[in-house]
Design a protein around this ligand. Structure first.
Ligand code: ZN
Length: 303
């Protein structure tokens, strides 16, 4: 016969074993598992994406763009992976396919003039049709012709340039990234350098959100290939979140460019970056329309 003390000790060991097992199982979301690409419960902003009844739903003829205010899980940290300057095949295809394959959400900020043929317009269409996993957003019509100073010193002209891109690319939400400049325009906020503030004020009054970035995956300007390794980028993302060095606490916006990942070895680097971040159970990939405090986005997509 066991004494009561022995029984209590055995009971304690049993509970401890069950808890340990639960923790190990919870951590089994290994890179290998993630690479299999199951979408599963990657997103915890499900309330923003299901299409059930919701008081604040902004309705449209195309129900997949019915925007709802995001709901965040306070135990999670949110990653917004963004690709700029597309459509630029084959990089755009590579990035799109990798996101789909790994079952993560991402945003493509595209340039109106880069959609210069029916084939490229079709590529923009496929990005738009990728919602809610993939979001199409506005990165201007001309990309400032890469003369940023001149572009931003003429705010009426640059404002018009964004409106042209919005229409031409049929961008669903009023969400912009400025070419060559990190600025933020959200509900009750215009955070911008002196150069871009005038166009940001105009965009704000036209109901647009402007999204900057926290972490950039740089590219070599001669070869358009990534500068940092996947490991270095993973570390930068972890550190930015840990040290609260992001524009919004627990939300990190990552800037990359489609064309950087056109070569298979660089595509593998992107795959590794996403896979390892996705394996962290505290991280959630989201599209940028789920970023905090955006103005209620007006829907622009054709009905
Ligand atoms: Zn750009």
């Amino acid at each position: 016969m066991r004494t009561n003390l022995e029984k209590r000790i055995l009971h304690g060991i049993l509970i401890l074993s069950i808890n340990t097992l639960a923790i190990l199982t919870g951590c089994s979301n290994s890179p290998q598992d993630a690479a299999k690409g199951g979408k599963g419960k990657d997103s915890t902003v499900t309330a923003a994406n299901d299409h059930g009844p919701h008081d604040k739903t902004i309705a449209t003829g195309d129900s997949k763009f019915a925007w709802k205010p995001p709901v965040y899980d306070s135990t999670k940290k949110y990653i917004y992976l963004t690709f700029d300057d597309g459509p630029q095949p084959p990089g755009t295809h590579q990035c799109f396919n990798i996101c789909k394959e790994l079952g993560i959400k991402a945003t493509f900020f595209m340039v109106g003039q880069h959609a210069s043929s029916p084939h490229l317009q079709a590529l923009v269409d496929s990005i738009r049709e990728g919602y809610p996993e993939i979001l199409l957003a506005n990165h201007s019509n001309t990309h400032a012709s890469n003369h940023y100073q001149y572009f931003y010193q003429h705010p009426q002209m640059s404002h018009e340039d964004f409106l042209v891109a919005q229409k031409k690319l049929n961008v669903p939400y009023k969400i912009i990234r400025l070419p060559g400049n990190s600025a933020w325009v959200r509900e009750g906020e215009v955070r911008a350098s002196k150069l871009v503030k005038p166009v940001c004020m105009l965009l704000d009054s036209s109901g647009y959100n402007v999204i900057g970035w926290d972490v950039e995956w740089n590219f070599n300007h001669k070869t358009a290939t990534p500068v940092q390794s996947a490991d270095a980028m993973i570390n930068m993302v972890n550190v930015a979140l840990q040290r609260n060095e992001t524009h919004t606490k627990n939300h990190v916006v990552i800037l990359t460019h489609d064309r950087m990942f056109r070569h298979p070895s660089d595509a593998d680097s992107l795959r590794k970056f996403i896979t390892e971040l996705k394996a962290n159970p505290n991280y959630v990939f989201e599209t940028i329309d789920n970023y905090p405090r955006l103005k209620t986005p007006s829907l622009e997509a054709k009905q």
